[in-house]
Design a protein around this ligand. Sequence first.
Ligand code: ACO
Length: 330
Amino acid sequence: MFKSKISGIGKHVPENVITNFDLEKMMDTSNEWIIERTGIRERRFVTQPTGAADLALPACLNAIQNAEIQNTDIDLIIVATTTPEHSFPGTSSFLQALLGLPGVPTLDIRVQCSGFIYGLSIADQFIKTGQYRNILLVGVEVQSVGLNLTTEGRDTAVLFGDGAGAVIVSRSEDESQIYSTHLFGDGRFAKELWIDAPICDRSPRITQEMIAEGRIYPKMNGRQVFKHAITRFPEVIKLALDANSISMNDIALVIPHQANQRITEAVAQRLEISPEKVYSNIHRYGNTTGASIPLAMYDALSEKRFKKGDRIILAAFGSGFTWASALIKW
Ligand code: ACO
């Protein structure tokens, strides 16, 4: 068996900044309410039609460059997204074409907020078994165009933003490695955070009535999500520690999916660790779902919150419900 590691990381967010004050002009909300409930101050929205593959491309090229490999060294492309540009084929096919890599296998995974860690786990298996040496994994979301940016949709519209974070998962020839990944789900809660339409068990899959009823927009039972998130995040973080017989003292930084600052703070409290040990950049980008962990990892590394040789824990909870964690030596 081989060891796997993250050999390069890349980031791309739209230039267009949407502040809470901008949202105040679109719906009955306030900067104070949004900050108090979510910790979010601004987020990025695309300004012109942009497919997930288009948004992902610069992040992928950034990761390839940082990994000091060539496009042609990539053996597999995995895209974690909740906002693919078309029903099919998946975003990874469009991204592969943009990267100019005909013949390279591509894989879309739709695991929402936990998609990046699920993708990391899949890449880890292909590297460890020796089937591939370099895998491109990108978490990308173009959420802004699918939000109900009116008072009617304000409970979710203020949460989400656009962005992409990419990594190269490679065979490790040094101490850096992915120690373990831990994946879970519970479909009994599938409708607590979801988008109902299009509904693909009937014809037509989408009707004017569904649109008029707002069934094409995200719906969230916020309290239910909060209750489960603050249980599952600590649980799956502790599992990563126990599976590797280490303690939180051995960890340089916990990097959670950026769901909501209140959730992040509740997780730190339940783990009885200082807030400084749990990274947060939700104030800058909002909740970027599948992109949030790689974007947070990129920013934390840039801010020197961890360095080569440090152990970090990635953790996610979200729609599905799904939850996951990974322990990494950077
Ligand atoms: N601006 C102003 N008022 C608002 C807004 C808004 N954007 N959204 C909702 N409200 C109002 C509601 O209308 C309601 O008013 P009412 O009581 O007069 O009817 C009041 O605020 C409370 O509404 P709730 O939806 O119950 O708001 P809550 O206090 O629960 O906070 C929030 C909403 C922040 C989403 C909360 O439910 C929460 O923290 N949930 C955790 C889930 C979460 O944050 N998910 C993020 C995405 S999922 C993920 O990534 C895992």
